[in-house]
Write a protein that binds this ligand. Structure first.
Ligand code: ZN
Ligand code: ZN
Length: 374
């Protein structure tokens, strides 16, 4: 199946229109016409090779919403016309302990989990291409059902920012009445506030930007703590039962530790760059844990979609066209917008000009569908 999309062919270059083939639909798989795809900060990191692991050409997009156009033999959960989503993963071994525990993101099987883009398919090593494209084919187990109450424009960010912040709250046992701190109020944090409220917590937003206060309160936060205000920080010492820290860069973690109650957990979901110094005394004296967490498994991703539908949780989004993509990346490089850009793929499908000059790139394969007859 020939696919049209936008990708980056080498580090530092702009997006260009590309075409490639996706392996035709097989047993156990679902073909999806993509209507929308969110633009995630990780897309930018990957395109810029900030993590040193980018395989070019890179065709990003792991916040995919669309409609089922065909199903392979044996597919039971989906039918043509269903509205569906695809998040950060498209495959895993389905056999290891993590997969059996519905934590496919930690798959340790010989094939590991396969990321939706810039993922390496064990078997032939081909590079996966994601959702800045008109269509995708994914094995049934990695396709999410979109509840009626959620429009395709807002699905994408729930599949990434939503699950990333929900999963650690669930895993580490956030309880009704607990006080939850959410540090960093951008793409992840603004959804985390809404999820924390839906789970019955009292939510305190931690930010360096006093200008965001009104907007944060509108999201449902009970309080806003300005982390550069020393007096406010001192008054809030030992007040949090849990913190979800979404700050995406290296920062001083020690002031945040002072906010934690004894026997609490400070959870990292944004910073991949480490810390210069973590004082261990306050951790030991108050039995405070610091843990990391990566996205979430498919079962929990479906759960957060359903929870968002039930509680009217919606990411703030701005619908954009694929032709604006370079400008959007520049905007992301220069700051942290308070909404998520979501590409309307109608702009891609109508892109006659781009199609006329699209570059052909190597085609990814999807390997075998583990545990199924091909
Ligand atoms: Zn993402
Ligand atoms: Zn596995």
């Amino acid at each position: 199946m020939q696919v049209y999309g936008y990708g980056v062919t080498e580090k530092g270059s702009n997006f260009v229109p590309v075409v490639f083939d996706r392996t035709d639909l097989r047993a156990g798989e679902v073909a999806i016409d993509i209507t929308h795809c969110g633009v995630c900060h990780s897309d930018l990191h990957q395109v810029d090779n900030d993590w040193g692991n980018t395989n070019y050409p890179c065709v990003p997009g792991h916040e995919i919403a669309g409609v089922v156009t065909a199903i392979g033999d044996g597919v039971k959960k989906f039918k043509v016309g269903d509205r569906v989503g695809v998040g950060c993963m498209i495959d895993s071994c389905q056999e290891c302990e993590s997969c059996r525990n519905n934590d496919e993101q930690y798959c340790s099987g010989p094939k590991s989990c396969t990321l939706t883009y810039n993922g390496t398919k064990a078997g032939d090593g081909s590079n996966t291409y994601g959702g800045y494209t008109d269509s995708i084919i994914v094995r049934e187990e990695f396709v999410l059902k979109v509840p009626d109450a959620i429009s395709n424009e807002v699905v994408g960010p729930i599949l990434c920012a939503g699950i990333t912040t929900y999963q650690p709250m669930k895993h580490f046992g956030l309880k009704k009445g607990d006080t939850l701190g959410v540090a960093g109020i951008g793409g992840l944090g603004h959804i985390a506030i809404q999820i924390g409220k839906a789970l019955g917590a009292r939510v305190v937003a931690l930010t360096t930007s006093p200008g965001k206060r009104d907007e944060i309160m509108k999201l449902g936060a009970d309080d806003v703590l300005i982390t550069t205000d020393a007096e406010a920080m001192a008054n809030a010492a030992q007040s949090l039962d849990m913190m979800v820290n979404t700050i995406p860069v290296k920062h001083d973690i020690n002031p945040y530790v002072t906010l934690m109650k004894p026997n609490s957990m400070l959870l990292l979901v944004g910073n991949m760059n480490g810390f210069d110094n973590v004082e261990s005394g306050p951790l030991v004296f108050n039995r405070i844990g610091i843990a990391g967490s990566l996205i979430g498994g498919i079962k929990d991703t479906q759960e957060i979609l359903d929870l968002c539908a039930k509680h009217d949780i919606a990411p703030l989004t701005k619908v954009v066209t694929i032709q604006e993509i370079d400008a959007i990346y520049d905007e992301l490089r220069n700051g942290n917008p308070r909404y998520r850009h979501v590409i309307d793929m109608k702009s891609l499908k109508d892109d006659a000009d781009g199609k006329g000059k699209a570059r052909e790139i190597a085609s990814p394969t999807r390997g075998e569908v583990v545990g199924r007859a091909a």
